[in-house]
Design a protein. Structure first.
Length: 520
């Protein structure tokens, strides 16, 4: 056999070794836990045969604590690029079969390389996380590796979409990389994210808490809002990544991909003419409105289980991607609070960064009152949503369905903060506050003078009706041009599509600056 053939055989052998990661026993152990390996995950994520791997033969550079005897090709992460539905993406998948996926400086260099390439080539970057954290044997070098990744996450932010899937442990400093990305998907049962584990919590605070309670998928998608999606299986999580990307452009310089629309543009939805209850305090499901107006009734909700009083979702109108922000009267009367403001503000900023038009459906009675909200800084958090809408330069279409009271009216993409086209249904009520509260303020002296409860009640009823006649309709706002048109509810889909078409050539730039100082 020739020397060249020997070298080729050696290459083939080395590739097989690299593909085995930590070896068959470690792979079997991963499978026993109900988890896929890094390579299996990448294979499921990308179009068949499209994956091109980089740095297969990288090894760590640590010689302490016996590590000089433990060199594995690839060093705990699989990196490269491929396609999803024919579109270029870059991906890294941590390999738990190699030193529990712990991060070394070499491993960080591999991740940073593909992040740099994603930036240069304007393509999304996807991270599949399954790691025991920093490689303790490398000391500060492991921390430097994390910092290098974080710096790139920040530089990539708003330039290319970044998606993180957590399919195993993600603890300590490791959590900051996913936290800096645009969307986080967590698998129930096997994934967790926390800065300090249960043992440290017990030592410092005395609290007894499990890993799942402290940083599981359910907690982060319902209580903290750190993650946007919780999935039952890894297959579901990977399919979700593909679905999410279908609504996004490749980078901030491109428009979202157009999809062939099979739904009639001028489809009338008669149910919308009757969806608003006669009683203004009675709830209805805003999700029904969304399903009725978007293409084929399909949408992808982000952070569905967190701050349910506001809906944030991706959908399409005539094949064009949009981001929808909608108050949900079904929960807390659709009121804005700290969590709803945070959730919606981040979603608005993502859509604006990536040229995704914003459609806002408004039914908001105001901001949630109370000491818990005020002590928690609802002013600052509410200002985040206001700031996000004010700063956004993408097309902004607003439809007011029912209530739009006080500061919440302004915040929800009103005409005054550069809303492009603002519609209202005939049921819209645009005012400083509701009739009951307004009467108490406007007629405080008269109310105090009443001695008869019966006469007082009659007076209140008359004045409330007087206030409703004036403000419980959209025409007062329309008089001043704050509402562009009052539309028939069943015609909402067509009017939004026409509005989007008219705004396709919109050009708006904010003043030149280093960066804004959003109220954090």
């Amino acid at each position: 056999m020739s020397e060249i053939q020997n070298q080729i055989n050696q290459l083939i052998e080395n590739r097989e070794m690299a593909r085995m990661g930590g070896g068959q026993k470690a792979i079997d152990k991963q499978h026993e836990k109900g988890k896929y390996t890094a390579r299996e995950r990448i294979q499921m994520l990308l179009d068949e045969g499209s994956f091109e791997e980089f740095d297969m033969f990288v090894t760590h550079r640590c010689y302490d604590f016996g590590m000089e005897k433990k060199h594995t090709f690839g060093d705990g992460v699989v990196t490269g690029y491929g396609t999803i539905e024919g579109r270029l993406v870059y991906v890294f998948a941590q390999d738990f079969t190699v030193t529990a996926g712990s991060l070394s400086l070499s491993m960080s260099d591999k991740i940073c390389k593909i992040m740099d390439m994603a930036m240069r080539n304007g393509a999304p970057c996807i991270g599949l996380n399954d790691s025991g954290g920093a490689r303790i044997q490398e000391g500060v070098n492991a921390l430097a590796g994390y910092a290098n990744i974080f710096q790139r996450n920040v530089m990539c932010s708003g330039v290319i979409p970044q998606i993180s899937a957590i399919f195993g442990p993600c603890a300590g400093g490791a959590v900051y990389s996913p936290a800096l990305t645009d969307f986080i998907i967590m698998k129930k049962g096997s994934s967790n994210m926390f800065l300090t584990g249960p043992k440290v919590v017990k030592t410092v605070t005395g609290e007894d808490v499990t890993q799942e309670q402290l940083g599981g998928a359910t907690m982060h998608t319902t209580k903290s809002g750190v993650a946007q999606f919780a999935v039952e299986t890894e297959e579901e999580g990977i399919q979700l990544i593909r679905q999410l990307l279908s609504y996004m452009p490749q980078n901030n310089m491109e428009d979202t991909p157009m999809v062939v629309c099979t739904d009639q543009i001028n489809r009338l939805e008669d149910s919308l003419n009757e969806i608003i209850p006669d009683n203004p305090n009675k709830p209805y499901d805003m999700a029904e409105v969304i399903r009725a107006i978007v293409d084929n009734g399909e949408y992808l909700e982000s952070a569905a289980d967190f701050a349910k009083n506001i809906i944030t979702c991706f959908a399409r109108f005539n094949g064009q991607s949009v981001g929808i922000i909608a108050n949900q009267p079904k929960y807390m009367a659709g009121v804005l609070d700290i969590n709803a403001s945070r959730k919606a503000a981040r979603f608005v900023r993502f859509c604006d960064a990536f040229n995704i038009p914003l459609v806002t459906l408004v039914d908001v009675p105001g901001f949630l009152p109370g000491t818990t909200q005020e002590y928690g800084g609802v002013i600052t958090h509410g200002a985040k949503l206001l700031f996000a809408y004010c700063e956004a330069t993408v097309p902004k279409i607003t439809v007011t369905l029912r209530k739009a009271y006080g500061g919440a009216y302004i915040v929800m993409s009103s005409k005054h903060i550069r809303g492009d086209i603002n519609y209202a249904w005939p049921t819209a009520e645009i005012a400083v506050m509701g009739a009951s509260g307004a009467v108490e303020v406007l007629h405080a002296k008269e109310l105090a003078a009443f001695e008869s409860a019966e006469e007082k009640a009659k007076f209140v009823a008359e004045k409330e009706q007087e206030y409703r006649d004036k403000f419980s309709n959209p025409y007062n706002a329309a008089r001043y041009g704050y509402i562009d048109d009052v539309i028939e509810p069943r015609n909402t889909r067509f009017r939004i599509i026409r509005a989007l078409q008219s705004l396709a050539t919109k050009r708006l730039q904010n003043p030149a600056k280093k960066h804004s100082n959003i109220p954090l």
